[in-house]
Design a protein around this ligand. Structure first.
Ligand code: ADP
Length: 192
């Protein structure tokens, strides 16, 4: 699998690992849309849609939005024309049920994942980055107690999911420490 032939990708990693930044760069490089469930939820909250109203209280508490809500949203997004030839999912799947649901969606479309990338970073660095971002962007879920809860939820519900993909032989681990450019280069390297 080379970077230029990977078309259906998932980027996993704890809050603060730099998924969003790297996802947009990598997706642009590969010519596929970056699909961030967090961004879609935030846009819906900002626009006060019904989906936004359903999601907001979970996000503000650092909890996951219920699977039914998230799965339906992703199914919708993946059915759009621009995602039929490929996509880079950022922030999905995050629960075992979401892994199963993504499998079903892709199977129904007759396609499958090419690669799952796990961006790693240690907890102290994650908290430091998230608190820094809180100061800059004022995201409502970037307060210290909510950050700690998001990290906890990640380790309880999501961290182990990489093993599922590892067992399928499609997992690649990339060190998320360092500058944005360094990590981006490492990512491309890992995919080639
Ligand atoms: P981070 O990974 O930095 O916590 P995201 O922008 O990826 O931030 O997600 C923000 C919030 O959006 C999450 O804390 C959660 O409430 C919600 N969310 C995003 N993706 C999912 C998902 N796949 N399942 C459930 N909730 C999600």
């Amino acid at each position: 699998m080379t970077a230029s032939s990977a078309r259906r990708l998932v980027l996993m990693g704890p809050p603060g690992a730099g998924k969003g930044t790297q996802a947009s760069r990598l997706a642009e490089h590969l010519g596929v849309p970056a699909i961030s469930t967090g961004d879609i939820f935030r846009a819906n909250v900002a626009e006060r849609t019904e989906l936004g109203q359903q999601a907001q209280r979970y996000m503000d508490a650092g909890e996951y939005v219920p699977d039914e809500v998230t799965n339906a949203m992703v199914a919708d997004r993946l059915a759009a024309d621009d995602a039929t030839a490929g996509f880079l999912l950022d922030g999905y799947p995050r629960t075992e049920a979401q892994v199963g649901e993504l499998d079903r969606m892709l199977e129904a479309a007759g396609v499958s994942l090419d690669v799952v990338v796990e961006l790693t970073a240690d907890v102290d660095e994650l908290v430091k980055r998230l608190l820094g971002r809180a100061a800059e962007q004022g995201r409502s879920d970037d307060t210290e107690s909510v950050i700690r809860r998001r990290l906890e939820v990640y380790s309880e519900q999501t961290a182990a999911l990489v093993d599922v993909y590892d067992a399928r032989g499609i997992l690649v681990r990339v060190d998320g420490l360092g500058s944005v450019d360094d990590v981006a280069a490492r990512l491309l390297d890992a995919l080639s």
